[in-house]
Write a protein that binds this ligand. Structure first.
Ligand SMILES: *Cc1c(COP(=O)(O)O)cnc(C)c1O
Length: 387
């Protein structure tokens, strides 16, 4: 059996894969099993921050693999300690809990909020509010947090203690908070899976002020938007927010599984021994990879991310069949006249890998994608949108 047949026979049918088998790559170019080359405008859904097989990333991973690939959280290891320091220094947050995925980073955020609120305001204060059209993960609890009913249908009963409200609807928020049972509000500054929808800064400003006044936690899900993608270290920095908790994953370790939950000064001591844990969390190889990624996200580099995002927008804006462009930095949504799925297929045919999100074509290229590949990809995307 070839890979397609093996996969369909032996792997649970949760993924509707495209008929492409990628075998190798370098930077923003990947090659399939037939030798066809593609420009990668998806970077593994915002994971390979510096592209595929990046030399600096490989060196960081290789060095750590030869030293020690795993210990356990019973012992100290340097990479995760240094990474936590780097993340706190870049954000002003106080402490970090490491896990292995975005869903786990959000689970930790939810546990932190529940414990903080229970201790401060009593056990009835346990509700976490999220936004409609949000996405926070696939575990039962993060699914419960996800404000899209179609993800919930087959998996009842969900974890109790979650409710959603529409972005911008302060009246609904205040109504939900009126009983004093809301511990925290969890938002994505740019809703990724929800269709690359950036929140309105006037809403986030009002939201943050209200939550501060009510002593309700503001938690930001930076799983997709984080680690340089928005043109800032974290997307909330574009909004001038001061979150109490930040969760991140995807691009953090540039292609190895790693999640992180950042706790502000207010919550830094919320967890005590045994309150939370993870066998692989803070794994030294993943941490070494993340340290190399985070170390490269300098102000100059982030300005380049913004510039590259603008370059893509300038090349695509107003092209026939492109009706609107959304997002922030190198997180780009295109509202296309043709169905996004057929645009994606045409792009793939012509050597460009894109993503979709809801009704949008979604672009999440590596943060260091060369300008000439942006220009090439934009030509192919424009052609695919035209038809
Ligand atoms: C991808 C994503 C998640 C889930 O991350 P996993 O690593 O797949 O568990 C959570 N929140 C947001 C905003 C995401 O984009």
């Amino acid at each position: 059996m070839n890979t397609f047949e093996l996969d369909r026979t032996y792997i649970a049918g949760t993924y509707k894969r495209f008929p492409v088998e990628i075998v190798s790559g370098k930077g923003s170019l990947v090659t399939d099993v037939n030798g066809k080359q593609y420009i990668d405008m998806g970077s593994g859904i915002a994971v390979t921050s510096f592209g595929v097989a990046d030399d600096i990333w490989i060196a960081a991973v290789e060095e750590q693999i030869h030293a020690v690939q795993h210990m356990s959280n019973l012992y100290y290891t340097a990479p995760c300690a240094r990474l936590a320091q780097a993340l706190c220094e870049k954000t002003g947050m106080a402490k970090v809990f490491f896990s292995n995925s975005g869903a786990e980073a959000n689970e930790c955020a939810i546990k932190a909020a529940r414990k903080w609120a229970a201790e401060r305001k009593g056990p009835a204060c346990s509700t976490i509010l999220t936004l409609e059209n949000s996405f926070h993960g696939r575990t039962l609890t993060t699914l419960s947090a996800t404000g899209q009913a179609h993800y919930h249908e087959l998996f009842q009963p969900l974890t109790p203690g979650f409710a959603s409200f529409p972005a911008g609807d302060m009246a609904k928020l205040k109504e939900l908070c009126a009983g004093g049972t809301v511990a925290a509000v969890l938002i994505e500054c740019v809703q990724g899976e929800g269709g690359v929808v950036a929140l309105d800064p006037s809403f986030t400003g009002e939201l943050a002020a209200y939550l501060k006044e009510q002593d309700i936690l503001l938690m930001v899900d930076e799983v997709q938007t984080g680690n340089g993608r928005s043109g800032k270290m974290y997307a909330y920095m574009n909004y001038g927010l001061e979150p109490d908790v930040v969760s991140t994953a995807k691009g953090l370790a540039g292609g190895l599984p790693m999640g992180a939950t950042l706790l502000s000064e207010k919550l830094k001591d919320v967890f005590s021994y045994g309150d939370h844990g993870s066998t692989f969390g803070g794994n030294p190889v993943a941490a070494a990879a993340a340290l190399s990624v985070v170390g490269r996200l300098t102000d100059d580099f982030l300005a380049e991310v913004t510039r590259k995002g603008e370059l893509i927008r300038d090349l695509l804006r107003g092209a026939p069949g492109i009706e609107a462009i959304s997002g922030l930095g190198l997180m780009i949504g295109l509202k296309t006249a043709r169905p996004a799925g057929s645009v994606l297929s045409a792009c793939m045919e012509n050597g460009v890998l894109c993503l979709t999100a809801k009704d949008k074509l979604r672009l999440l290229p590596a943060l260091n994608i060369p300008d000439e590949l942006i220009v090439k990809a934009a030509e192919i995307i424009k052609e695919a949108c035209k038809a």
